[in-house]
Write a protein that binds this ligand. Structure first.
Ligand code: HEC
Length: 151
């Protein structure tokens, strides 16, 4: 009987815990997916640069993904989704403490990715490489200030 009671008790506790873990603020999932998509798109572009003849269609498609994803970043950090929200995150408190600087960093990304998309449309690989470098700089600029450094 005692064993049964323990099982019953753990059955009552478990759903509560997993409901919490499975249902944090959807903002976390959306922003992770968006950043992952941006990481993949950047890799897709830089992989083309390594080839003797870069595939322009691949670069254009990835530039479009970046430009779209960039516009979403600003909306992915609502209050309460920083460290301490009970979810693993690399977002630093500075995001909410310095909203003006953070907005500037997101704007820089939006401008840079739009620039890359425009460069991709010209088909000029020299321009594309320069624009991709600017995008990379905007990623790094924000990560340096607003993302927890890797240990
Ligand atoms: C305005 C700030 C900002 C810009 C610009 C930015 N990031 Fe991030 N990035 C973050 C923050 C903050 C995190 C940590 C998010 C978290 O852990 O909740 C992050 C995390 C990531 C991650 C890890 C996945 C994740 O969600 O933890 C990848 C990959 C990533 N960024 C790629 C990029 C790429 C590629 C660019 C440029 C094309 C970029 N980021 C531009 C702020 C930014």
């Amino acid at each position: 009987m005692k064993k049964l009671y323990v099982i019953a008790a753990s059955l009552m506790v478990l759903p509560a815990i997993s409901a919490f873990a499975a249902n944090p603020n959807p903002a976390f999932k959306q922003r992770h997916q968006n950043f992952e998509a941006m990481g993949k798109a950047m890799k897709g572009i830089f992989d083309e640069f390594k080839k003797p003849s870069a595939n322009l269609a691949t670069i254009k498609a990835n530039s479009a993904v970046l430009a779209q994803s960039a516009k979403k970043v600003g909306g992915h950090f609502p209050k309460g989704t920083g460290p301490g929200a009970g979810v693993k995150t690399e977002a630093l408190p500075a995001i909410w403490e310095k909203p003006v600087e953070f907005k500037a960093a997101t704007d820089r990304l939006v401008t840079a990715t739009a620039g890359l998309q425009a460069a991709a449309a010209t088909g000029d690989i020299v321009k594309i490489k320069a624009a991709a470098g600017t995008v990379g700089g905007s990623c790094k600029g924000c990560h340096d200030n607003f993302r927890k450094p890797k240990d």
